[in-house]
Structure formats: C-alpha cells, structure tokens
Design a protein around this ligand. Structure first.
Ligand code: NDP
Ligand code: MG
Length: 382
C-alpha cells in the first residue's frame, strides 16, 4: 500500500489522481489532502478518501470545513499547512498537483523528508529547478514526472543508453488558437482561451497552451528533470496529442510513448512506478481509428512565448523564475479580464528585460524575485 500526500486535490490533476486511487484501493490511499478554497468539491472527496490531515489555503476555509468533516482529521492552513501535508509522516509519496510556484517549498520539504515525488506542478521546476534537483540528489529521492510529455520521455529513456541520447522532442497540441493568426487573436476572451481541443485541464494551463508558454515551461522542466542541455531539446506541434513526446538517439532511432490524450495514464504510472497497473477508465488507442497524425514546426514568431522560455532557460539563474512569475501574473490578469490575450507575452518579455540576473539564486532570492516580478507586472497594468 502506497500512502499519498496530495496537494491540489480539488484541481484537474488532483481529482484525476483521486480517480486513480479510487480504482486501486488495495494499492493506494490518501493520508494527507490539501486544497485551496473549493470546499464544495473537497468535502465529498474528504469523506470518501478519509485522510488523516487536511490542509487548506487560509484560516477562513479551515473554519468553514471544521464542523463538516470527521473531528479526528487534523486541519491546517496556509503555506505551513501545505508543507505539513507534504511531509506527513504516514505518507510515502507526495503528489504535487497544486498550481503555481507556491508548490516549491512543499516539494523541497518533502524531498528532505525522503518522500518520493510525483510532480505535476511544473512551475516548481521552472522557478527553482537547480534547488529541487540538487536536493533530490542529496537525499536520494526520485522525482517522477506527471506532466504527460515528461512521463513519455521518462518512459522512452528507460532501459536505453543515456550516453547515446541526441535529442528530446516535446510534442505540443498548439492549444485552442493554433489555426489563428496573431491578428485574429486580438479580441479572444478568457472564455475562448480556457477551451482546449484535446485536453480538459485547469484554466491557467489551458491559457498557457494557447500562448504555448506551456511548452516553454515544459522545455525548462525537461532540462532539469532529465539533465539535458537546451540545444538538445526540441518542440513540435502535433495536433492530435497521440504521440506524447519522443527521445532520439545517436543511431537516429526515436523512441516514443503513445496513447489517447488522458492524464490518468501519466498520473497512474507515477503512482504505480515501476509497476504498471491496469487502467480501466479510458479508451485504448486504435491507430486505424486515428488514421493520420500531423506534425508541424513551431513558429516562434507566431508563438513568441516559446522563444522567451528558451532564452530565459539558457540565461539560467533567476531568469526562469521571472519568466514563470510574470507569466502566472499575466495569465491571472487575463483571466480576471484586466488585460487582453495579446498582452500576456509582452508583459512577460518586459519583466525579463527589466531583471538583473542572479546566478545560482538561493531559495530566499528566488522567493524575493518571484514576489518582485509579480508586483512589477501588476504595476504595468492600470
Ligand atoms: P487546477 O487549477 O485545476 O487546480 C489547482 C489546484 O491547486 C486546486 O486544487 C487549487 O485549490 C489548488 N491551489 C491553487 N492555489 C492554491 C493555494 N494558494 N494554496 C493551496 N492550494 C491551492 O490546476 P491543474 O490541475 O490544471 O494544474 C495543476 C498543476 O499541474 C499545474 O502546475 C499544471 O501546470 C500541472 N499540469 C496540469 C495538467 C492538466 O491536465 N491539468 C497537465 C500537466 C501538468 P482550489 O481550487 O480548492 O482553490
Ligand atoms: Mg504537458
């Protein structure tokens, strides 16, 4: 039995993680359950999965649930509460499916506590990949990717000769607006941007797929997870989202992982790793039904966010922290209806241009950079 601390339990990845647990009650249990403020979604799940600890975003939410759940469940809140959930002594594994760089400290704490990490929260690696990977190495902790592309690469690296690796190739759907020109993006609304053609995901990541900043963040995530330099990480648009990513070796062989788009597959693989369990909830891929697969070069004039991410990644130090914090803030502003879709990328670029790079930033420097970047971006918007 694997006991899990789940952060972001009410979200898209969080609820799908619970669906995997529900299907394998003899294999997995949830010992700590953390969410933000979505009490309505959380309450039935807390009753169903019976964690020993529940962490919420703030004191007010803690008070709201106190009389509605089993009195033996410990309730904690704030960042400290999320960290307490991440290091909960009964847990073997942390599944980090919270949204945004707020997931960094809980991940670092869980690594120190020796927990295996299942990581969906890509912002953690973008903002401080060097700290996370160094600490994982020091404590001998494994980081298992949940992001579908990284799970595909992880699977395509298994049993292969790492010294003969030539390239990682991340596939991208291109998002909701892939067939529109930039001129046609002028008036798109948040409601348009949160509809994805292939995947059903949280609002922020769905907007990120439309700018393709999501792919940029994933390039940085792949750099840290697999220790591969940026000039050996490529991206390709693949509109069907069937080939989830590929690894190319020196003999020109490409190894890929395929399947119908479903986050249940990479989530379950991270939970069951290194075993594979039956997955009953999704359809199998029949290639004859799919028929044709398309691949297309990423145009960085059409999708400047991909270029910004490569530049920030290659610059290193605190630049990816700025990239991530500026993007999180700009996407929030867009979802709040305060800026237009086409203002997201210039705000991120502006923040990067205004930042003096700190090489090898400490945790404190990263948190300071993150905070200042958010303030800076908000100050640019009236
Ligand atoms: P959602 O927006 O659906 O869910 C986010 C979760 O985080 C919710 O449970 C939310 O709680 C919680 N949360 C947000 N802010 C806080 C906070 N300050 N304190 C405590 N909890 C908080 O996001 P997704 O599931 O889409 O994404 C989660 C992560 O996984 C992201 O890093 C994303 O990039 C990554 N990812 C997602 C994929 C997907 O298919 N969705 C695919 C690959 C990666 P509440 O709603 O209760 O307030
Ligand atoms: Mg992904």
């Amino acid at each position: 039995m694997k006991h899990i601390s789940l952060l972001g339990a009410t979200g898209s990845v969080g609820t799908q993680t619970l669906a995997v647990v529900r299907e394998h009650p003899d294999q997995f249990s949830v010992s700590a359950f953390a969410f933000g403020e979505n009490v309505q979604t959380a309450l039935p799940l807390i009753r169903e999965f019976g964690p020993k600890l529940v962490a919420v975003k703030n004191k007010e939410t803690a008070e709201r649930i106190r009389n509605q759940i089993d009195g033996r469940i410990k309730i904690v809140y704030g960042l400290d509460g999320m960290i307490e959930a991440a290091v909960f002594p009964d847990s073997d594994m942390l599944v980090n499916a919270v949204l945004g760089s707020i997931g960094l400290e809980p991940t670092l704490a869980a690594i120190e506590a020796g927990k295996t990490i299942g990581l969906a929260n890509k912002e953690t690696l973008v903002t401080a990949g060097h700290l996370v990977m160094k600490r994982a190495e020091k404590f001998g902790v494994q980081i298992l990717p949940i992001d579908s592309e990284h799970s595909a690469i992880f699977q395509s690296l298994k049993g292969q000769d790492r010294t003969a690796l030539s390239r990682l190739i991340l596939t991208a759907s291109g998002g909701a607006f892939r067939d529109r020109t930039r001129a046609e993006l002028k008036y798109v609304t948040a409601a348009d941007a949160v509809k994805h053609p292939n995947w059903s995901m949280g609002a922020k990541i769905t907007v990120d797929t439309s700018t393709m900043m999501n792919k940029g963040l994933e390039v940085i995530e792949a750099h840290w997870l697999f220790d591969v330099p940026y000039d050996r990480i490529d991206t390709v648009i693949h509109r069907e989202s069937i080939v989830h990513s590929l690894v190319e070796y020196d003999d020109h062989s490409m190894i890929a992982q395929l399947g119908l788009p479903s986050m249940l597959v990479p989530i379950q693989y991270a939970l069951s790793y290194p075993s594979r369990l039956e997955l009953k909830q999704t359809k199998r891929l029949n290639l004859w039904e799919t028929g044709t697969l398309h691949f297309q070069k990423v145009d960085t004039v059409r999708f400047p966010a991909v270029k910004l991410a490569y530049e920030a990644g290659k610059a290193g130090g605190s630049m990816p922290t700025v990239l991530n914090a500026a993007n999180e803030t700009a996407v929030d502003l867009f979802l709040e209806g305060r800026i237009k879709f086409l203002e997201i990328e210039p705000l991120v670029k502006n923040a990067l241009d205004h930042h003096d790079l700190i090489p090898e930033p400490s945790l404190e420097m990263i948190e300071e950079t993150d905070r200042r970047t958010r303030e800076f971006v908000r100050s640019l918007v009236k």
